[in-house]
Ligand binder design. Structure first.
Ligand SMILES: [Zn+2]
Length: 519
């Protein structure tokens, strides 16, 4: 009898310990190392909350239980920030509520003020529909004759589709303030407002945004998804995995598991928030659509479902490079971290039946150090660094081709010239986007070369050595070495080589790739 009581007591005390532990778990930022090849797929299968990656580790937001589980199945881990709440709060200006970030009602109030103060150029708030918890999603348009749908090009800017990316509504509110406050005094702003219809949805995920206020009232919440009750004790669908273009294409970056941060939902557009954005976007013609996220200082564009480019890559590069010139961000950094189906980028561009294609971007505001809740002192710099690029994306809506690098002129010239006086003519292959100026370089002394690869006389060498164990002719070859990391080297010819249509460049190569890593 006494034995039974003791056993029951132990069981109860274990239960209490576990419950208390779960409830008080800190958010931890930690690295998970990939020490052996099979761990890579094993890692992906966990669908963790990845915020950064390096060549041999992923950085995740996690908790002690999850870290213990990862270690138990063989991963080596290293804690980077052991208490994210403490870390985030330590960087706040304590005199400002939530370190300077805004609550949902403060954002709504700020929009109300902009609408009330500038009814001549700001539309009444447009009700996009309800969220799953019954909140209203709002859009406003800034344009002349704002409550009329004029025949002007339209652009869409949104933020906070991910609840914890709290710098993003501030980026949009700053642009809205500027367009309205400077309308009367700055001709450039006036032309943007008068000639275009610029739409803003400052909070795409109000339920998730509000949830962070509840679970972390000081401003350090890490909730990302919406607040769908998944019916199994878990909550939330990742709205940026719930859009309908190739939804559920595979499980890379998009998870079928309800408790994952990238859970894509039960079907395409299963969530009211994405349905509302879809219907609103179909009802308009957004030439460009931009979803602000944080963080990583990036401009991303389609495709996201796999790591390939669209047939409009030239235009995306033109727009993205220009925006990155203005922000200092990196254009379309091809990184498997951002491979995922069901995102906004792919739907806005790829859905071309229900609506026109839209040049769609994801902007990742802020650096790795900034994280999801940047220091108070970083708010103004982050807002400012995105300001001009946002205006640029309004300015180019109806002339996206002009953001492209002009095509080189088509020369009308004999193949070779052997006299000192000759005439050069050229045509513009793209009259809509001619170069501002051209540089014409005269080359002479062309040579035809057969190189036996036994010295570098014909090349400017960067990274190669001579190898003697394999060769095609004679006794040597250019050798890149056996590399454990990425090899990046090149050979540049010293003398120009005249290449005419139909010419062939031929070389022999030997290579070995590493299983599961190189393709
Ligand atoms: Zn995001």
């Amino acid at each position: 009898m006494s034995y039974r009581i003791l056993a029951t007591l132990i069981a109860i005390s274990i239960l209490f310990t576990t419950l208390a532990f779960s409830a008080n778990q800190n958010n931890i930022q930690a690295r998970v190392f990939i020490d052996a090849k099979p761990q890579l797929n094993q890692f992906y299968a966990q669908h963790l909350d990845v915020v950064n990656r390096n060549y041999n580790y992923f950085e995740i937001i996690t908790n002690q239980d999850e870290l213990n589980e990862l270690e138990a199945i063989g991963f080596r881990t290293e804690v980077v920030i052991d208490d994210l709440k403490k870390f985030i709060l330590s960087r706040y200006d304590k005199t400002r509520p939530m370190g300077g970030y805004m609550t949902l009602s403060e954002i709504n109030d700020a929009v109300d003020v902009i609408v009330a103060d500038h009814p001549d150029i700001v539309s009444a708030k447009v009700d996009l529909g309800q969220t799953i918890e019954g909140r209203t999603m709002w859009a406003v348009k800034i344009s002349d004759n704002p409550n009329v749908d004029e025949d002007e090009p339209e652009v869409l800017f949104t933020s906070a589709i991910h609840a914890r990316e709290v710098i993003t509504p501030l980026v949009l509110l700053n642009v809205m303030d500027s367009l309205t406050d400077k309308y009367a005094s700055v001709p450039y702003i006036q032309s943007l407002v008068d000639n275009y219809e610029t739409w803003f949805v400052p909070v795409v995920n109000p339920d998730g945004y509000y949830h962070n206020e509840v679970i972390a009232p000081g401003g350090y919440g890490m909730w990302r998804k919406n607040r769908r009750d998944n019916g199994d004790g878990t909550f939330g669908v990742d709205l940026n995995r719930n859009f309908g273009y190739l939804w559920g294409y595979d499980d890379i970056g998009s998870s079928p598991n309800t408790d994952d941060q990238t859970y894509r939902g039960t079907g395409p557009f299963s969530e009211p928030e994405t349905q509302n954005m879809r219907d609103f976007s179909i009802a308009h013609e957004f030439e460009i659509s931009v979803y602000y996220h944080s963080y990583s200082n990036l401009y991303l564009w389609p495709w996201s479902y796999n790591l390939t480019t669209t047939e409009d890559e030239d235009i995306f590069v033109g727009l993205g490079d220009s925006a990155c010139f203005l922000t200092g961000y990196t254009p379309n950094y091809i990184n498997p971290l951002y491979e995922a189906n069901g995102g906004t980028c792919d739907w806005y561009y790829g859905e071309q039946t229900l609506k026109n294609k839209s040049y769609s971007f994801v902007v990742e505001v802020g650096t790795y150090e900034d994280g999801f809740w940047p220091a108070t002192s970083r708010i103004v710099p982050l807002i400012n660094e995105n300001y001009l690029a946002t205006l640029f994306l309004i300015e180019v809506i109806d002339s996206v081709e002009q953001a492209m690098v002009p095509k080189p002129p088509a020369l009308i010239l004999e193949d070779t010239v052997d006299h000192s006086s000759y005439q050069v003519e050229w045509t513009h292959p793209d009259p809509f986007n001619p170069g501002v100026n051209y540089e014409l370089v005269e080359y002479s002394d062309y040579s035809q070369v057969t190189d036996p690869a036994d010295n570098f006389d014909n090349f400017i060498n960067n990274g190669f050595t001579l190898g003697y164990s394999r060769f095609h002719s004679d006794y040597s070859s250019f050798y890149s070495g056996m590399s454990t990391a990425n090899f990046s080297g090149y050979l540049t010819t010293r003398n120009p080589v005249l290449i005419k249509p139909g010419d062939i460049f031929r070389f022999w190569t030997f290579y070995r790739i590493e299983d599961d890593y190189d393709y």
